[in-house]
Design a protein around this ligand. Structure first.
Ligand SMILES: [Zn+2]
Length: 269
């Protein structure tokens, strides 16, 4: 079911990866936020949209270049696809590796992933912001790049007249966020900039839709990871003790801390 989280702004929560897909309705078209992991999953979005509106998809936004947010892109053409410059780079340079990695981890998805035609955003920006008038009755949507965090190319999608923000994976609810491509020492500042932009509803890339308090909690958790990693890096806290002090389940806390330490050692640039 689509749920309306703001005036003509809808979210559908898919069981696979507990992912949120957005649909912003204008007068003569729809903007879709993120496209899921495969053509088949993208087709499911397109079919589900028919239950919401007869309007065509006029534009697509990729919040970042991860497979589950961008590998359905091709099914939305000829709509323009927006994203950060480095989102397009990430898909172009790492797309095949991402397909191989997910196929190995989830063998039952390999056939679907083999069908994917990588189709990176063609409307890109490399500054801090872009305003997207998706030609749908003048409804304005703003795209903001706030710094590195979950990846080096996360953007947030703002629908000011509905007080809704799509935060992508800069905020993830109900599960430990994925740190595999992250910049944990910069993520707290990026999350703080995100919090400053919240005017109402925050739609995370995965999990329950939240509000400003949710975004603040996420920021606090990222700070905890960065601070604990700094203490380990300085030699004043043992890794095993740091693992027990993060906001995450101990079994999942080591990866975020290791990634933060890698950044502190200068290994990520
Ligand atoms: Zn992601």
């Amino acid at each position: 079911m689509w749920s309306e989280v703001g005036d003509r702004v809808f979210v559908r929560r898919y069981a696979f990866y507990d992912q949120n897909i957005g649909a912003v309705l204008g007068d003569d078209g729809v903007l879709v936020v993120d496209t899921r992991i495969s053509h088949r999953q993208a087709d499911e979005i397109l079919a589900d949209l028919l239950g919401l509106t007869a309007l065509p998809v006029r534009a697509v936004v990729n919040t970042h270049g991860h497979n589950d947010h961008a590998f359905g892109n091709h099914r939305f053409r000829p709509a323009p696809i927006w994203g950060h410059d480095r989102c397009a780079t990430m898909i172009t340079e790492t797309g095949r590796d991402q397909v191989a990695r997910v196929s190995a981890a989830i063998p039952e998805l390999a056939a679907d992933l083999a069908e994917v035609i990588l189709d990176p955003p063609d409307r890109t920006f490399d500054g801090d912001s872009a305003t997207l008038d998706f030609d749908a009755g003048g409804r304005q949507v703003e795209l903001r790049y706030l710094g590195r965090g979950h990846t080096d190319n996360d953007i947030v999608v703002l629908v000011p007249d509905a007080k809704v923000m799509f935060g992508g994976d800069l905020v993830e609810a109900d599960a430990t966020p994925y740190f595999g491509d992250s910049y944990p020492m910069e993520w707290p500042a990026t999350a703080e900039a995100l919090v400053d932009l919240v005017s109402g509803t925050v739609v995370p890339g995965h999990g329950t839709v939240g509000d400003r308090a949710f975004a603040v909690r996420q920021m606090t958790e990222f700070r905890a990871i960065a601070e604990l990693a700094s203490l380990v890096h300085q030699g004043v806290l043992a890794m095993d003790d740091a693992v027990l002090r993060t906001p995450y389940p101990a079994v999942e806390a080591r990866d975020p801390l290791e990634r933060a330490l890698a950044q502190l050692r200068g290994e990520l640039d």
